[in-house]
Design a protein around this ligand. Structure first.
Ligand SMILES: Nc1ncnc2c1ncn2[C@@H]1O[C@H](COP(=O)(O)OP(=O)(O)OP(=O)(O)O)[C@@H](O)[C@H]1O
Ligand SMILES: [Mg+2]
Length: 205
């Protein structure tokens, strides 16, 4: 079964296809209309706006914190009861050096505030921080997807691999449409539809 969505799509392959296409179009709009320049950099409030913009056509929860605990592989993302506190801490993390920025990115990934679409929205969020603070961004075409995923899986324990990988892909081409769009490929997962295991908690909303 597909995740509940505004389009009433029930087939998960179809949802994956439609969602990827629509969110890519939205990501392009964010870039073309220069909306990213108006979004607060390095805070959850800014990330909410990015997520909301990308997924508002598809999911009711666009821009809203998840209400279920989720895990991928062996890793459990931040439990819902600690999520708000974790996000406040992340807002206050420094972001003036490359290492600090990646450490902040890793923490935001551990928080995984949304039910779906964390990867794409948080990569845009990361690029916004790098752009503002270092006048550089990641050239995602230089980041091998499997290496990226392995490094992200490892990152909650040790962040050296993701730091090395992303540092080698830094570019000064901060306003290049293609460089930007490469990070929005919804295929930063091994294969098939990238699903979470869910632990239902009190469903309040
Ligand atoms: N086992 C894991 N441990 C930690 N982080 C992970 C793990 N698996 C995936 N990730 C991170 O989560 C992201 C995927 O999150 P999610 O599926 O919510 O977002 P998405 O935008 O749909 O996916 P994608 O990043 O694959 O385009 C990956 O890009 C990676 O950064
Ligand atoms: Mg996903």
């Amino acid at each position: 079964m597909a995740l509940e969505n505004k389009l009433n799509i029930t087939d998960s392959a179809e949802l994956a296809r439609v969602e990827e296409k629509n969110s890519k179009q939205k990501a392009l709009e964010l870039f073309e209309k220069k909306l990213l320049d108006t979004i607060e950099v390095g805070t959850f409030s800014g990330l909410k706006k990015i997520h909301s913009y990308l997924f508002n056509d598809i999911y009711y929860f666009a821009g809203n914190m998840r209400t279920v605990n989720i895990a991928k592989g062996n890793f459990r993302f931040a439990p819902v009861i600690y999520l708000e506190a974790a996000l406040k801490n992340i807002d206050n993390m420094p972001q003036s050096t490359f290492d600090e920025i990646i450490e902040k990115y890793v923490e935001m990934n551990v928080a995984h505030p949304f039910r779906e679409g964390n990867g794409r929205s948080t990569r845009i969020w990361l690029d916004c921080i790098l752009k503002k603070e270092l006048h550089q961004v990641i050239d995602w075409s230089k980041v091998d997807k499997e290496d990226y995923l392995l490094a992200m899986e490892r990152s909650p324990i040790k962040d050296v691999e993701i730091k090395v990988l992303l540092k080698s892909a830094l570019t000064d081409k901060i306003d290049d449409r293609q460089v930007y769009m490469k990070g929005i490929d919804a295929s930063y997962h091994y294969e098939g539809y990238n699903t979470y295991s869910i632990e239902k908690i009190n469903e309040e909303n």
